[in-house]
Design a protein around this ligand. Structure first.
Ligand SMILES: [Zn+2]
Length: 113
């Protein structure tokens, strides 16, 4: 296991398996199991894969240190870094929570919070 995988797992456990941005549950090992548990399709489950989120992006000098890694679902992670000017983590979390409230972030709705 690489250190980044270790950090991801630790962060996942400390966050009770929930994404640091949207607050939805994530999976580490199996999309199939997650889909079955939550009554969604495997395709939908793929959005909830747990990834290591670099709070400070690697391109900005962020390191693979535990203090710089949070567990985020792949959707939140990718969308944050796709932005032209990525928001700071706290700001992005508020942005995502607003979108979730309006029902417009994840199309599937597995168990919340
Ligand atoms: Zn998320």
């Amino acid at each position: 296991m690489t250190s980044i995988q270790k950090h991801r797992k630790t962060a996942f456990t400390q966050q009770n398996g929930k994404c640091c941005y949207c607050g939805f549950r994530m999976w580490l090992d199996s999309a199939d199991t997650f889909a079955k548990q939550h009554g969604i399709t495997v395709k939908q489950a793929r959005h909830f894969q747990c990834t290591a989120e670099h709070l400070q992006a690697r391109q900005d000098g962020g390191r693979d240190a535990r203090s710089n890694i949070a567990a985020a679902c792949i959707r939140c992670n990718q969308l944050r870094h796709q932005r032209k000017n990525p928001m700071a983590p706290a700001q992005y979390q508020q942005h995502v929570k607003r979108r979730v409230k309006k029902g417009g972030w994840h199309s599937a709705r597995p168990a919340m919070h």
